[in-house]
Write a protein that binds this ligand. Structure first.
Ligand code: ATP
Length: 201
């Protein structure tokens, strides 16, 4: 599904990713493990089109996406759950889910979106109980669930997760990883970056 060859990327004069290559097949969870500053977020940001690739190839379903805008990459079917969740704090849980389906509203998929919101509520029951609560007032674990659900609302072919365990208590980390396994069982393809090697493996 995703094939990266000899990717080079970074910021200004700083090269962070030097000749990275990897592939993700449909239905897999692929994990990239690395410590602080290893370049994990930079790699996912480059795939998502938030950071420009300098050299190399990023093929998604055999099409080059290396130099496309992030909006076009989202439309191709790649969604990023960013590090630190980055939910829309002043919007409600429901509004965050609707934002995840932004491109689909433009295509007129209103009924399917409503049914996907219900699916998110059955996958993450805590979100249903808090649908009218502002996202910024959720706990860290609840915000992580919302960030994952928001990305799933785009119906991505590839879901990229940037350190979902960050700053969460061990019991919540276990819950989040159980959900990630469940997502794969439901047919999702996942690229996961983590510092928590034990949980990720
Ligand atoms: P962490 O686990 O701490 O999030 P990471 O593996 O995700 O780390 P990155 O965030 O990709 O690492 O950072 C890789 C390197 O790029 C670091 O040296 C960082 O200081 C640098 N860097 C990240 N963002 C920028 C930026 N916007 N401008 C300049 N340098 C940056």
């Amino acid at each position: 599904m995703l094939r990266i060859r000899n990717l080079v990327s970074g910021y200004g004069n700083l090269t962070v990713i030097r000749s990275a290559s990897l592939h993700v097949k449909a239905g897999e969870i692929v994990t990239i493990i690395g410590g602080n500053g290893a370049g994990k977020t930079t790699l996912l940001g480059t795939i998502a089109g938030i950071i420009s690739a300098r050299e190399g190839e990023i093929l998604f379903e055999n099409q080059s996406i290396a130099f496309l805008s992030s909006e076009k990459i989202t439309a191709h079917g790649i969604a990023l759950v960013p590090e630190g969740r980055q939910v829309f704090a002043s919007m409600t849980v429901l509004e965050n889910l609707e934002m995840g389906a932004y491109l689909r509203y433009r295509k007129g998929e209103k009924d399917e979106i409503a049914s996907d919101i219900e699916k998110m509520y059955s996958l993450f029951p805590v979100l249903k109980n808090r649908k009218h609560q502002r996202a910024g007032t959720l706990s860290g674990g609840e915000q992580q669930m919302l960030a994952i659900a928001r990305s799933l609302m785009a119906r991505p072919k590839l879901l990229m997760l940037d350190e979902p365990s960050l700053g969460l208590a061990p019991i919540i980390v276990q819950q989040i990883f159980a959900i990630i396994k469940e997502l794969r069982a439901l047919g999702n393809t996942i690229l996961l970056v983590e510092q928590n090697a034990k949980a990720a493996l």
